[in-house]
Write a new protein. Structure first.
Length: 351
């Protein structure tokens, strides 16, 4: 039996301007554009191996050693799009094996907490799409592949690029213009660093998908966010990245994290992703910036209590030193407040 196999890793990305809300649930089309920073795969990554053979009888996905249901229409949509592209390649070269007609076995592993607000769905679907694209020998057009990854999980479209990435929401109803693009490569701002503070690695009670649906359906504040706040912030944040203006970038990042958690609270019933430790971290970063007289560190929280802190390398000892001191006073890394602090690099596209 011939089995064709390809493996890929994919990084997580942490949004500094958050995607929260879908205008089309089945195509994962967002209600606003978003911006993110891709983190290094040395620390957090998904590793996915895709295999295919004429002898396989059904599509199967193992996630972290467990067989998952492949009933999810999102995974199905990704597989369908990838098979269609492969079929096009096959139709132009009759000698190629007809992999598009074979079933797939996908084995995926995250080396960090799954469904805990650390963007596992982003790295997960980016790795799934990349590994199958490699198996099928599809052209490496990342924006094209990002549209397929988007159908798996919205945030996944941004994980196909390194450095600073925008997901342009697009206007079309078929989603063909809703894709990720590079804002700047890692080499543009190599001194920007991130630290991840794992407050809890528990699975969140409200998954991102259902959380954002509830917000779209019930929050009044959300309308203000998507119409007034985010469009202007999207342009400003891109400018701050191009100008490597940490103060502006940091301010916009913190404000957008707060705005996102505010619309969660304004949902009915409310959604709480931040816990007391998250709030302590927020206060601590504001205190640090106040003492410095300028913004040298910026927090952001996804749909979970874990913090990502962005800072410029020149301020590393101040920022990490403060976090270390503060949390060791509370009983150390293994205390109930914080399980882990990891310093991570930003990821480039060609690593
Ligand atoms: P997170 O904050 O970790 O992104 P989400 O609620 O957005 O949490 O998504 C978690 C879901 O993403 C998981 O329950 C699983 O269905 C999917 N997922 C996570 N990792 C992978 C992976 N490596 N391959 C395929 N799907 C994955
Ligand atoms: C708070 O991409 O996980 O992390 O598209 O339903 O899979 P689905 O949601 P997902 O949502 C991410 C939400 C966020 C913000 C962001 O990453 O932009
Ligand atoms: Co997610």
């Amino acid at each position: 039996m011939t089995v064709y196999t390809a493996s890929c890793t994919a990084p997580v990305n942490i949004a500094t301007l958050k995607y929260w809300g879908k205008r089309d649930k089945s195509l994962n089309l967002p209600t606003n554009s978003s911006i993110s920073v891709t983190l290094s795969q040395k620390d957090l990554r998904t590793l996915t191996t895709a295999s295919t053979s004429s002898e396989f009888t059904e599509d199967k996905l193992w996630l972290n050693g467990k067989l998952e249901s492949l009933e999810s229409p999102r995974t199905k949509a990704c597989l369908q799009d990838l098979r269609k592209l492969r079929a096009q390649v096959e139709s132009s070269n009759a000698e190629l094996p007809k992999l598009s007609t074979y079933k797939l076995h996908i084995v995926s592993e995250n080396n960090f907490p799954t469904a805990a607000g650390l963007a596992s769905s982003a790295a997960g679907f980016a790795a799934l799409v990349s590994s199958i694209a490699k198996l099928y020998k599809l052209p490496e057009d990342m924006s094209e592949l990002s549209k397929i990854a988007r159908k798996g999980s919205g945030s996944a479209c941004r994980s196909l690029f390194g450095g600073f990435v925008a997901w342009e929401m697009g206007e079309l109803t078929n989603g063909e213009d809703s894709k990720a693009v590079e804002v700047a490569p890692l080499s543009h701002w190599p001194t920007l660093k991130a630290a991840i503070l794992v407050v809890s690695d528990d699975k969140k009670d409200t998954p991102s998908t259902s959380g954002m649906q509830l917000t779209v359906g019930t929050s009044d504040l959300f309308q203000h966010r998507i119409k007034e706040v985010v469009p202007a912030r999207f342009e400003e944040m891109k400018k701050s990245i191009i100008a490597k203006d940490f103060e502006k970038f940091g301010e916009l990042t913190m404000k957008d994290s707060n705005s996102f958690h505010a619309v969660c609270l304004d949902s009915y019933p409310p959604i709480f992703y931040l816990n007391d430790t998250s709030k302590k971290i927020i206060k601590l970063i504001h205190k640090l910036n106040e003492l410095e007289g300028k913004i040298i560190a910026a927090y952001t929280f996804d749909a979970g209590p874990n913090a990502v802190i962005y800072y410029d390398e020149v301020n590393e000892s101040k920022v990490l030193g403060l976090l270390h001191n503060y949390f060791s006073k509370l009983g150390g890394w293994e205390s109930k407040d914080l399980t882990k602090l990891t310093k991570v690099e930003i990821e480039g596209t060609d690593d």
